[in-house]
Design a protein around this ligand. Structure first.
Ligand SMILES: [Zn+2]
Ligand SMILES: [Zn+2]
Ligand SMILES: [Zn+2]
Length: 97
């Protein structure tokens, strides 16, 4: 196995380890390529993404559902600790040229 492939496998394993202890979050945008982001100490890492379907550029989105929507979904279905994942897709300004 070439050295660079070996390193990639090592990095991938290390990222999964960090994911398990909650230091990074994995995002999967459905293109088969997983992305990892560091989670800050006082931050649960909760945010959303706007992904360009042409070039895979990712923009961080701060906006989120109001908490009352989650509460309503939870109580309607008898769930607790309801959370969500949400990604937006579109075409970025660069790709519109
Ligand atoms: Zn783009
Ligand atoms: Zn992000
Ligand atoms: Zn959210």
């Amino acid at each position: 196995m070439p050295a660079d492939r070996c390193d990639l496998a090592t990095i991938y394993r290390a990222m999964h380890l960090l994911e398990e202890i909650g230091m990074v979050k994995r995002f999967d945008f459905g293109d088969g390529a997983a992305r990892f982001e560091l989670v800050g100490e006082n931050d649960d890492g909760h945010h959303h993404h706007l992904v360009c379907t042409q070039c895979s550029e990712v923009v961080e989105i701060e906006e989120c559902f109001p908490e009352k929507i989650e509460k309503r979904i939870a109580s309607k279905n008898g769930f607790k600790a309801v959370t969500h994942k949400l990604e937006f897709f579109g075409i970025c300004p660069e790709c519109q040229r």
